[in-house]
Design a protein around this ligand. Structure first.
Ligand code: ADP
Length: 147
């Protein structure tokens, strides 16, 4: 079991796709260990997107990511990092296959519904970036849900 970091981006939150996207992750067996809504400030975005901060399109990404609140999720499951990346599809929504989250709900290379950690090492760094001590939970099902 590992845990990965997901961000539901402004097009997901404002576009009311949160339920649809979460449904896919839960149906794939992932457990929510953490969940929070917040407005991403410039410092956080520069840190999170340090690898693209010098790209000409970065100011646009920054504006997009600040256009509405976003939702961070910590999702746990077997091989979570790789399986979640498969479920969401490639960065460019136009190249993402139907049936993937970005293929079904994303618009283009920037407006692409979700962020997901790309390696277990980065997942650990990103979980620490978005969740404080005590904000990630471990629990077991004691009362079964219906169906
Ligand atoms: P991913 O989010 O799939 O890991 P990257 O780390 O390469 O992809 O890029 C981070 C985010 O920056 C992307 O999810 C997307 O929102 C935005 N982005 C990436 N490439 C471009 C581009 N060429 N033009 C505009 N936005 C981009």
């Amino acid at each position: 079991m590992d845990t990965t970091l997901i961000l539901l981006k402004p097009d997901c939150v404002a576009g009311r796709k949160v339920g649809e996207v979460l449904k896919r992750f839960e149906a794939a067996g992932f457990q929510i260990r953490g969940c929070k809504m917040f407005c991403a400030d410039v410092a956080l975005l520069r840190e999170h997107y340090a690898h693209i901060a010098d790209k000409p399109f970065f100011p646009e990404v920054e504006a997009f990511m600040q256009s509405t609140p976003v939702i961070a999720l910590a999702l746990a499951g077997d091989n979570a990092v790789n399986r979640v990346r498969d479920i969401i599809g490639p960065t460019d929504s136009k190249k993402a296959a139907p049936g993937t989250v970005r293929g079904d709900f994303g618009v283009d290379v920037m407006v692409n519904i979700v962020h997901a950690s790309d390696s277990p090492e980065n997942a650990q760094i990103e979980l620490n970036r978005f969740f404080k001590n005590g904000e990630l939970f471990d629990y077991e099902m004691r009362y079964a849900s219906k169906a």
